[in-house]
Design a protein around this ligand. Structure first.
Ligand code: ASC
Length: 154
């Protein structure tokens, strides 16, 4: 019985893991893809801004608000990346550097790092260690920044 329970849990975990990894989305039209990725990055920045203000002490630390905003940031960290590869999504006003396309692995590696940091952000937000939560905001901000430095026009 124990073995069956363990095997079921393992299969569940594997299905869960692949399902999360397999999800991807990008609008089909270039102009929509540009807007989609810029919107998701904008929204991520808005919610991360709340966390940044709490971490810096510009805003009172509120655990429930921190946790909610962390969850939003984590969600948005999964959305923008596929839209960079939609034909026509480089037409219009944007700040992406062409290196995104010539250094795709590095770019997506940074995206993955961001997702890992935002997952930790959600995790730490559910605890009661405020210092750890603030430190994780800094770590997440670093992940935002390293990608901007390499792949966003100043
Ligand atoms: C934000 C935001 C970013 C990041 C970055 C962190 O709030 O809009 O782009 O944080 O500044 O380094």
């Amino acid at each position: 019985m124990k073995k069956i329970v363990a095997a079921t849990a393992l299969i569940g975990a594997l299905i869960g893991a692949t399902t999360v990894q397999a999800q991807s989305f990008a609008p089909a039209k270039g102009e929509d893809a540009l807007r989609y990725r810029q919107s998701t990055l904008f929204l991520m920045g808005q919610h991360f801004g709340v966390l940044g203000a709490m971490a810096k002490g510009d805003r009172p630390f509120d655990a429930a608000s921190f946790a909610w905003n962390a969850k939003e940031v984590e969600n948005f960290s999964h959305l923008p990346w596929d839209s960079f590869w939609v034909a026509g999504a480089d037409q219009g006003k944007h700040r992406m550097k062409p290196e995104i396309f010539t250094e795709k692995d590095k770019f997506l590696g940074y995206a993955k790092q961001l997702q890992d940091e935002t997952a930790k952000l959600v995790q730490v937000a559910s605890g009661s260690d405020v210092a750890a939560a603030k430190a994780q905001v800094a770590a997440t901000g670093k992940a935002c920044g390293q990608c901007h430095d390499a792949f966003r026009v100043k």
